[in-house]
Design a protein around this ligand. Structure first.
Ligand code: SF4
Length: 436
């Protein structure tokens, strides 16, 4: 039997696809490409924007064309938010939401055994209080492993569908996290990225443990050389937390601190729990304690009621903070969230032009950040050949500078001191320090 996977959305989804892949493999399935003929197609969906839902539907149609007799399972956030809508799609046989991915193989067996065409296995996620344990021992990316440490979010920002799709905070047991890190280290991974829906909330439901404990315990695992954090809410970054992690050699000097808007009125309407002034202080705190730190962020443009004046405030704030990269998202209204019914929705044309300006600013910010390191010697963890640049291999510094050097795949998964020479588009061309 063959199984194929298609993943949309965030790193948590990617992690969960890996875990499901391992379950299928252990049950004797051969894993094939999503473009190939398969007996089972699993689509791990996302619902963060309307576009994500559309991509899921496209993947469903594609799977059916590849094998009209296959079983098509749609799992994840879109299935969780709209199980009936997804199951009504004629091609779909099984829906599983955010919980129950660990039972996917059994559910498919049940479908086959009972010879039924449709099965809804979606649970009420807001009632769920326990973390669903899923495990991985390997990942598609071969040098950096994404490690899921928690699920859910209790913040209920007014634009965000995630708490309804993922439920409230459930944290993974610390011992299970460490066992997985040891397995990953044993497989040769040198870098782990602590991933979750709201990593800062880690431990809230467990009581006696927090994110700092996770970081410290992962830091002790032999073979792991780098620990990165996927994204963090600004309010969590206390002086104590920053000081403690700045002492940990393996903790990467890279913070992705979600901003979402640089205008206080917009932040308030978004239901974010900080002001621009708080945010600025937090960034200063990080920069004071961590030399050469890279600070990246997310921003949403075109939130309902965002006037030109409000957008300009955001733009100026972004420029002022001097991020090393800005990820921009156009507001997408999601049914079930408060902002869905907010007045003064912004036209797509305005969102597009604001987004374009932020993308241009981000490109400039990245260049300005890279410039500071030209001529410096930095450790680079090499990952893969550079697409479209024969004879070059690329990797990242701990503060997330993308570096390419002449070399081949033998450098892969090695951390090598490299001199940063010149900026080329979105990367820096470097030279391996002689004798290394
Ligand atoms: S913090 Fe806000 S934006 Fe982030 S997942 Fe939670 S509700 Fe969504």
């Amino acid at each position: 039997m063959k199984a194929a996977f298609y993943t949309l959305g965030c790193k948590v989804n990617q992690y969960e696809t890996e875990a499901m892949t391992e379950l299928f493999r252990k049950s004797g399935y051969e894993i094939v490409d999503f473009d190939d003929y398969s007996d089972v197609y699993v689509i791990n969906s996302c619902t963060v924007t309307g576009r994500s839902d559309m991509k899921t539907r496209q993947a469903i149609r594609k799977a059916r064309k590849l094998n009209i007799d296959s079983i098509i399972a749609v799992v994840g956030c879109y299935a969780q938010i709209a199980p009936e809508e997804v199951l009504e799609i004629p091609e779909v046989n099984l829906v599983i939401g955010s919980k129950g991915k660990g039972q996917i193989v059994e559910l498919i067996d049940r479908l086959k055994k009972l010879k039924i065409n449709k099965l809804n296995a979606v649970h009420d996620i807001l009632k769920d209080k326990n973390y669903e344990e899923l495990e991985i021992s390997t990942q598609i990316e071969h040098t950096r492993a994404y490690l899921k440490i928690q699920d859910g979010c209790n913040q209920f920002c007014t634009y965000c569908i995630i708490p309804y799709a993922r439920g409230t905070v459930r944290s993974r047991k610390l011992n299970n996290i460490i066992d997985e890190v040891k397995r990953l280290s044993h497989m040769g991974y040198k870098e782990v990225v602590l991933t979750g829906i709201h990593v800062a909330s880690y431990g809230q439901d467990l009581g006696d443990v927090g994110l700092l404990d996770v970081i410290k315990r992962v830091h002790e695992v032999k073979g792991i050389e780098r620990i990165r954090m996927s994204s963090i809410e600004p309010t969590f970054l206390t002086e104590d937390f920053i000081k403690e992690v700045s002492q940990l050699r393996k903790f990467c000097r890279h913070y992705h601190v979600s901003l979402q808007s640089g205008c206080d009125q917009t932040l308030k309407r978004m239901g974010r729990r900080y002001t621009t002034e708080n945010y600025r202080e937090i960034i200063e705190r990080i920069r004071k304690n961590i030399v050469d730190v890279a600070i990246t962020t997310d921003v949403i443009v075109g939130f309902p009621g965002e006037t030109n004046q409000e957008f300009e405030e955001t733009y100026i704030f972004l420029k002022d903070i001097a991020f090393s990269k800005i990820h921009v998202f156009k507001f997408s209204k999601r049914r079930g969230t408060k902002a869905y019914n907010y007045p003064n929705q912004i036209s797509n044309a305005v969102k597009t032009s604001r987004s374009k300006r932020v993308i241009e600013l981000s490109e400039q910010c990245e260049i300005d950040f890279y410039k500071r390191f030209i001529g410096r010697k930095m450790d680079v963890l090499f990952e893969q050949n550079v697409k479209g640049m024969d004879g070059f291999i690329e990797g990242y510094t701990d503060n997330y500078i993308r570096v390419a050097v002449p070399g081949d795949i033998r450098f892969k998964n090695c951390i090598i001191p490299t001199t940063l020479k010149e900026i080329k588009k979105d990367m820096v061309i470097g030279e391996i320090v002689e004798g290394k």
